[in-house]
Design a protein around this ligand. Structure first.
Ligand code: GLU
Length: 490
């Protein structure tokens, strides 16, 4: 018997930019589809109108495209099972719900939220888990109409069969949920929208999805999905629930500790291929000590069997180290494209506002060699592209480099100013010759000359090499900034 072609999907809810955990889900589904010659589908699950964020679908597309995770069927690209926005597939869900109602596998319910709260409260008082009490006589259409007329919320509940349900998960093994833990859950809300479980199950079958790979947070819901599949007579797909990704302290990843969305990592200046390599290792490993992989290598090595059961930790230092290495090894063309992308997604950076030409962009990459992310270039060189008046002097740098030892740094700047005014031409070589000459004639180290200049032109102790810095800044602005720095001391 030949194995059917694998059809996977990524089914995000449009609530914002792609979270790093969701990016991993997309990556693994994509890897599996690509590796096996299967199909990767992108579907937007937007039936929860309270949670939808306008424009989030575009953001998700942008993030997936940046990562290079293309899809074969789905929003934007189309396909045989569209539309791929669930909000446009209401007829399908309504027909499915009708089928269940007519077969007596679902029924109307009209409880208000106060009534439900009261029932929950009673269960709690009895120290029991709340289970919706199925009425002895299931309400029918005319009951529903009457309830609607009375202004009561009308929902549809699924009649959960009284049986334990086992999920054969390919990572977690067999996971059985007892019938007593499953109750008659809502499949259509009072606003007429289907709930996630219903729409998800209907679409997976309609779209021919035969392998569902998603985060472990969904595992607890899977018995409900299986029960629905059985009620509809649908096949149950293969299930792979991936371990969760936590922060270094084992807590949920949080914005408090830094970026959690793909777009934020893009803005922070990471390379997409590095981010992919890093997230591939969250819950999977190719074996041995191997960590560094190109996308082609991941495709070759990826397998469900090597997925971990334990949660992974999101090690930001490691990601930064990955990126630092990747940047050091990248070709000038790759860096140039990466830097251009970084500028495009950081329109407010002084580097972007300056509208740098290609030669200057290449120079910045060169003089900042050793940078860890593209944002480092701004950190080290942003001062070159702000007005002289926009430079503020870091008090700690002023104290340490200019004011210490009876204003030695200020004196140095005062002595350098007229000589730099006279210096011609203004080039790396001439500036280097000049500074070295000053060191020799005064018998001082390079730092005694370069550091005061650095603080004067940048306001801080961070900049590219001083010769490059002064050339990039140009003579008039260098002199102007030295004068401004001297003025602090008056
Ligand atoms: N819409 C769900 C989410 O937001 C998809 C879950 C699934 O893959 O089944 O992640």
């Amino acid at each position: 018997m030949s194995t059917p072609m694998i059809r996977t999907r990524f089914a995000p809810s449009p609530t914002g930019h792609l979270h790093i955990g969701s990016a991993r889900t997309a990556l693994f589904n994509w890897l599996l589809a690509r590796k096996t010659g299967g199909v990767f589908i992108l579907r937007i699950e937007d039936t929860d109108t309270d949670r939808n964020v306008p424009g989030a679908d575009r953001q998700i597309i942008e993030d997936l495209r940046w990562l290079g995770l293309n899809w074969d069927e789905g929003i934007e690209v189309g396909g045989p099972h569209g539309p791929y926005y669930q909000s446009q597939r209401m007829d399908l869900y309504n027909a499915a719900i009708r089928r269940l109602l007519e077969a007596g596998q679902a029924y109307y319910a009209f409880d208000t939220s106060e009534e439900l709260d009261a029932m929950r409260g009673e269960a709690e008082a009895r120290k029991q888990a709340f289970r919706y009490p199925r009425p002895a006589r299931l309400p029918d259409e005319s009951d529903a109409r009457r309830a609607r007329d009375e202004g009561r919320p009308v929902v549809v509940r699924f009649k959960m069969p009284a049986e334990d349900i086992t999920v054969h998960d390919e990572v977690m093994g067999d996971v059985t949920v007892a019938a007593t833990e499953l109750d008659d859950f809502i499949i259509r809300k009072a606003d007429g929208m289907p709930v996630y479980h219903l729409a998800n199950v209907v679409d997976d079958t309609a779209m021919g999805v035969n392998l569902v790979m998603r985060g472990q947070e969904f595992l607890a819901q899977t018995p409900r999905h299986i029960a629905l599949q059985r009620a509809f007579g649908y096949p149950t797909p293969r299930y792979v629930h991936m371990p969760l990704t936590m922060d270094m302290k084992g807590r949920k990843l949080s914005k408090r500790d830094g970026a959690v969305e793909v777009h934020a990592f893009r803005q922070a200046g990471y390379l997409p291929e590095t981010l992919l390599n890093f997230i591939a290792l969250l819950g999977w490993s190719p074996g041995g000590d191997r960590e560094k992989m190109t996308v082609a290598e991941m495709l070759e090595l990826f397998s469900i069997e090597r997925m971990n059961r334990v949660n992974s930790k999101f090690d930001r230092d490691k990601l930064l180290a990955f990126n630092t290495n990747a940047v050091a090894e990248a070709s000038p063309e790759r860096l140039s494209a990466g830097f251009d992308d970084w500028l495009a997604v950081n329109p407010d950076s002084p580097l972007s506002r300056a509208g740098l030409d290609a030669a200057t962009r290449a120079t910045l990459l060169e003089v900042n060699r050793g940078f860890r992310t593209f944002a480092d270039i701004e950190h080290k060189s942003g001062f070159l592209y702000v007005d002289d008046e926009g430079i503020s002097y870091d008090p700690a740098a002023v104290k340490k480099v200019l004011a210490k030892n009876d204003n030695a740094g200020f004196h140095m700047l005062a002595a350098l100013l007229p000589q730099l005014e006279a210096l011609e031409p203004w080039s790396t070589e001439s500036i280097e010759g000049f500074i070295k000459g000053v060191c020799e004639s005064q018998g001082v180290g390079m730092g005694n000359v370069a550091q005061p200049l650095r603080v004067a032109v940048s306001g801080t102790t961070i900049s590219p090499a001083i010769y490059d810095t002064l050339v990039l800044l140009g003579k008039p602005r260098t002199l102007n900034r030295i004068r401004r720095a001297l003025a602090i001391n008056q």
